[in-house]
Write a protein that binds this ligand. Structure first.
Ligand SMILES: Nc1ncnc2c1ncn2[C@@H]1O[C@H](COP(=O)(O)OP(=O)(O)OP(=O)(O)O)[C@@H](O)[C@H]1O
Ligand SMILES: [Mg+2]
Length: 144
């Protein structure tokens, strides 16, 4: 049963922009956190993520998808899933400069550190989320 105020939050931002930190600080306890990063080795992670999001929304949970979600094409299936479930849908954009993301990435240890080419590739493709994509709202979080 979709509860009143049920929503899907779509995070958007480069690697190291602070998405997971923001989710922990703002949505822990209220939203189920879904991220492809939870299944680093699974095949068809995209399909799996969509299925998990749809299931959680159908159960009435509010959900946050914590990935880079860099383009409208990446975000469109999530907007559609929220609409299908009758839930609200909001984007949260961590608008952290590339140079800051790169410095934070360099300071990370082990698996959390992504190859610089991955970061620069995401930066090239990144399109800020907009209400034109169907979001009820876009919240912009400046670099902290
Ligand atoms: N507001 C902030 N100010 C300073 N440092 C921050 C801030 N938010 C996050 N960080 C630091 O930046 C690093 C990256 O943060 P985080 O893991 O939240 O990024 P992310 O966007 O989830 O990255 P990824 O896409 O790779 O999962 C961490 O070391 C974190 O402690
Ligand atoms: Mg993260």
């Amino acid at each position: 049963m979709p509860g009143r105020g049920q929503e899907l939050v779509v995070m958007a931002g480069l690697q190291g922009s602070g998405k997971s930190t923001w989710v922990r600080e703002h949505l822990a306890g209220t939203h189920a956190v879904v991220s492809k990063d939870h299944w680093p080795n699974a095949r068809r992670r995209e399909a799996r993520q969509r299925r998990v999001v749809a299931e959680l929304l159908a159960e009435g949970c509010s959900v946050v998808v914590d990935n880079t979600n860099p383009t409208p094409e990446d975000r469109a299936p999530l907007v559609a899933a929220a609409r299908m479930a009758g839930a609200g849908v909001r984007a949260v954009w961590l608008d952290t400069p590339l140079v800051t993301c790169a410095a934070r990435n360099d300071a990370r240890e082990g698996r959390a550190r992504v190859p610089p080419a991955g970061l620069y590739g995401t930066a090239r493709r990144f399109v800020p989320p907009s209400t034109a994509e169907g979001f009820d709202r876009v919240d912009v979080v400046p670099a902290g």
